[in-house]
Design a protein around this ligand. Structure first.
Ligand SMILES: Cc1ncc(COP(=O)(O)O)c(C=O)c1O
Length: 438
């Protein structure tokens, strides 16, 4: 029995895997096994317990406790470090607001868009995920993280839709892996999108959730449509920022630039809870002399500020974005090659150091309907067989697994991850064949 009601669990339930230690790219499990971390936490871009981040956080913990309305110079430094390093070459990126999490950043970004435009409509795509509360949850249509109460067999109620004016674009075909060179988003994935954008405050786009990685063409077409409609574009880079897709940001794969970028996860190297919004100069000018009347005790707290600054400097000093760009193509090619050999694989989506593997599975566990725990079904089978092979592969949803290794990972370890995935997929092939024979 557990005293804790854990994420994605029922009262009294406990997670299947416990870890006791992480160092660099390695995790030690509670049963003593050591595994390569191929994706226990996408935030962990510097690996576990990077000494520079640990030292910075330790120093900050011995300094002062301060909330976000009291001046704290290292908080301002963290904002400068973020802009001057991560947004170097992006002169439109002007001002940073710090938050406790990406969920909170998204929420406030959506509220700010409403305030600036005087409109309420919010546009998102199907199978997205942007946060666990409020408007962020309203624009998230992935069923797995819907905050509803799902029985183990997925029976029971679903939360009634709230009354937010949310308009959903279909899952873009170009976001499902390879697509023909002649594909034109304006004539397919985004056909009719202008009607949904009409009168909307903002459109929010992310590049990974639901096993969907929209193409640069999709981004650029949608950005132009949003601009024409007077809606702001929020690029949700919570997962994809800081090199994950082999670029500083996913939006840099396209030509267009967002009005607002939401950040979280890797911004603090996974060490401390933190989120941020980066506002364009235009957005800042539209705010003008008005004060943004929002504050929260732990936003930009000393530990988070220290972790953000240290993370930016490690990424720069260790050339981790360049590293992701160099290692990503071969990693992706190897994953695709392995996946092609396994009947349990439906498709592979990703770029750089983020690869999602969607599995062929029974109807109840599909990406678009399954609300049960992500550990059920084939993804759990892949994970546990990969762990037996010395590699931690992340369960991403009821139908998919992913690998999002730390960007400090070596080429040999990437090969180990691919081998572990291969092993996991063999187990999934067997489980799928058994299920079909039964
Ligand atoms: C794209 C995206 N946006 C926002 C969030 C919310 O982040 P957090 O859970 O850290 O608040 C997530 C979390 O998975 C995410 O994937």
């Amino acid at each position: 029995m557990s005293a804790l009601l854990g994420g994605m669990l029922a009262p009294g339930e406990r997670p299947g895997t416990y870890v006791i230690r992480g160092r660099g790219t390695r995790l030690t499990l509670a049963d003593g096994r050591e595994v390569v971390d191929g994706g226990s936490m996408s935030a962990c871009i510097l690996g576990h317990c990077h000494p520079a981040v640990v030292r910075a956080v330790q120093r900050a913990a011995e300094t002062v406790y301060v909330n976000d309305t009291t001046g704290w110079a290292p908080r301002e430094q963290a904002a400068r470090d973020l802009l001057e390093f991560a947004f170097a070459g992006e002169p439109w990126a002007d001002t940073v607001a710090l938050f406790v999490s990406a969920s909170e950043a998204v929420e406030l970004g959506l509220l700010l868009s409403r305030e600036l435009t005087g409109r309420t409509g919010l546009v998102c795509r199907e199978l997205s995920y942007h946060g666990c509360t409020g408007l962020g949850r309203s624009v998230s249509s992935h069923p797995l993280w819907s905050a509803s109460l799902a029985a183990p067999d997925d029976s029971g109620t679903t939360l009634a839709p709230d009354d937010a004016d949310v308009r959903r674009l279909p899952v873009p075909i170009c976001g499902l892996g390879e697509y023909p060179p002649a594909h034109v988003c304006a004539e397919s994935c985004l056909l009719g999108a202008d009607a949904k954008l009409s009168g909307a405050a903002a459109v929010i786009v992310d590049y990974s959730q639901g096993c969907v990685c929209p193409s640069p063409q999709y981004q650029d077409t949608l950005a132009a449509m949003a601009r024409a409609a007077g809606a702001l574009w929020i690029a949700d880079e919570t997962v994809t920022a800081f090199g994950r897709l082999g670029r500083g940001f996913a939006f840099q794969r396209g030509e267009s630039r967002p009005d607002i970028v939401s950040l979280g996860k890797g911004i603090s190297g996974g060490a401390v809870a933190a989120g941020a919004l980066v506002l364009s100069r235009d957005v800042v000018e539209r705010i003008g002399a008005r004060r943004w009347t929002t504050s929260a005790t732990y936003r930009g707290n000393p530990l988070a500020s220290a972790a953000i600054s240290a993370t930016m400097s490690v990424i720069r000093n260790e050339g981790l974005i360049e590293r992701a760009a160099a290692l990503g193509p071969r990693f992706g090619r190897d994953i695709r090659e392995v996946a092609a050999r396994h009947p349990s694989v439906e498709r592979v989506v990703g770029d750089g150091m983020l690869w999602l593997i969607q599995l062929r599975t029974d109807r109840e566990h599909t990406e678009s309907t399954w609300r049960g725990t992500g550990g059920s079904g084939l993804p759990g089978v892949v994970q546990s067989a990969a762990v037996d092979h010395g590699v931690y592969i992340g369960v991403h949803s009821g139908q998919s697994v992913w690998t999002v290794p730390p960007l400090i990972i070596s080429e040999t370890e990437l090969e180990e991850i691919v081998a572990g995935l291969d092993h996991g997929l063999e187990a999934a092939d067997r489980a799928l064949a058994d299920a079909r024979a039964a």
